[in-house]
Design a protein around this ligand. Structure first.
Ligand code: C6P
Length: 403
């Protein structure tokens, strides 16, 4: 059992008020809140050892380099990559996907096929469309079902010997669906296709094991799992990262440079041109430690309980429809008949409740349901049943005001 009061005390922001009301933060899918230990790590970096890494012989630079490389190892161990150099530190999920898509732009040819799922975030659609425009490869889509699950039966029909890459999120940001990535990876590999899994929404809830999954690429952002914004990682199998060309040219990604020819550094530096988000990377490591100290089993149990509780109460509200009713994480996307999600979100904000409204950067899902968007309450382990009760009360209030 988690001591929720103790856990909540770790998050200073949860003490603040919004419009004179205690903050209730249900927008964890957009970004999670930051525990004091991660904030302290950031302050410690800038207070005590702020320096550029991999470049200086001086003490500060070596201390910063050691801490940054320690963070890489924490990420490696957490996601069980075989080698630390298979973890490329990036600006986040979006950049990680773009590193892979831009790399494959020079490897694919006209007529090749790639497959994405209907549940993708725009950051796992647009880069592949750009790649298709450059290469002449064809984009295919695994359709979704009314309950927010993927049609795996139709995935089988899309796969063939021309399929080179398959992309899918581990968890849908708009609906919370936990996708059957094990089956997707296994079936894609039978056709020799590589698989990239977008773990942005899974990482706060599920500890993925990249070796057990046998996934080719796995990407995520620190800010979804109690870390800072602007940092994330790309995991790739060694031989695949070696096969891809560098994403950006610049300092630290080279072996030798002359005006005639440049040779590139080995992994992971080949993909880490320029000064990285050093502090962010180190704080990402602290966030992983924090979440592991709570324990992912505890996190899942707590969030599943909150999900059950909130779902039951929400469904008692007349005219409320939840989108995504299959196996899922603690994300509840809903609408109330004849009321625009934006209007509900605005009233909830006045009452101190943060939810996200709109298409959630997943417009094809909204098109599937033929709606402009939803209200999304994404719950975290630090939320409480009392907060959910207040959400329900506030939705009722909003409904009365808007009907
Ligand atoms: N989703 C949400 O409110 P970045 O912005 O690069 O850290 O992550 C992009 C991203 C990629 N994939 C998925 C599944 C995501 O959920 C996100 C970010 C946030 O749902 C902000 S749009």
């Amino acid at each position: 059992m988690l001591d929720i009061n103790k856990i909540r005390a770790d998050f200073p922001i949860l003490k603040r008020q919004v419009h004179g009301k205690p903050l209730i933060y249900f927008d964890n899918g957009a970004t999670s809140q930051t525990p004091q230990i991660v904030i302290d790590t950031i302050v410690d970096y800038y207070t005590n050892y702020n320096a550029n890494i991999h470049r200086g012989v001086h003490t500060l630079s070596q201390e910063a380099t050691d801490k940054y490389e320690e963070a890489r190892i924490k990420i490696q161990q957490h996601f069980n990559a075989k080698h630390a150099y298979e973890i490329i530190l990036t600006a986040g999920t979006t950049e990680s996907v773009n590193i892979v898509s831009s790399g494959f732009s020079s490897l694919l040819k006209e007529g090749d096929e790639i497959i994405v799922s209907a549940l993708e975030h725009h950051s796992n659609i647009v880069p592949w469309q750009m790649m298709c425009e450059k290469t002449g490869a064809v984009l295919r889509v695994i359709p979704m079902d009314e309950d927010g699950s993927l049609r795996l039966d139709l995935f089988d029909e899309l796969l063939n010997n021309k399929t080179k890459l398959v992309f899918c999120n581990h968890v849908s940001n708009a609906l919370g669906t936990i996708n059957p990535i094990e089956a997707i990876i296994h079936r894609a590999h039978k056709f020799g296709a590589y698989v990239l899994i977008d773990g942005a929404q899974a990482c706060p809830h599920i500890k993925a094991d990249v070796q057990e999954l046998d996934v080719d690429f796995y990407v995520a952002s620190a800010h979804k799992m109690c870390g800072p914004t602007g940092v994330g990682f790309l995991y790739g199998k060694k031989e695949l990262l070696e096969m891809l060309p560098p994403y950006q040219g610049g300092g630290e990604m080279i072996d030798t440079v002359t005006f005639e020819k440049t040779t590139y550094a080995g992994l992971p530096h080949k993909f880490e041109a320029g000064t990285p988000n050093i502090c962010g990377g180190i704080a990402f490591g602290a966030a992983i430690d924090y979440m592991n100290a709570i324990g992912f089993k505890n996190i899942q149990d707590r969030e599943n309980e909150l999900l059950r509780y909130a779902t039951e109460k929400l469904l008692n509200i007349d005219g409320l429809k939840i989108y995504g009713t299959t196996h899922k994480t603690s994300v509840i996307s809903f609408n109330i008949e004849n009321i625009h999600p934006y209007d509900i979100g605005s009233i909830l904000d006045k009452l101190g409740i943060a939810v996200r409204t709109g298409h959630h950067c997943a417009q094809p899902i909204m098109d599937f349901y033929n709606i402009p968007g939803t209200v999304r309450a994404s719950l975290s382990f630090y939320n409480t049943k009392e907060e959910i009760d207040f959400l329900i009360e506030s939705i009722q209030k909003a409904k009365m005001m808007l009907s």
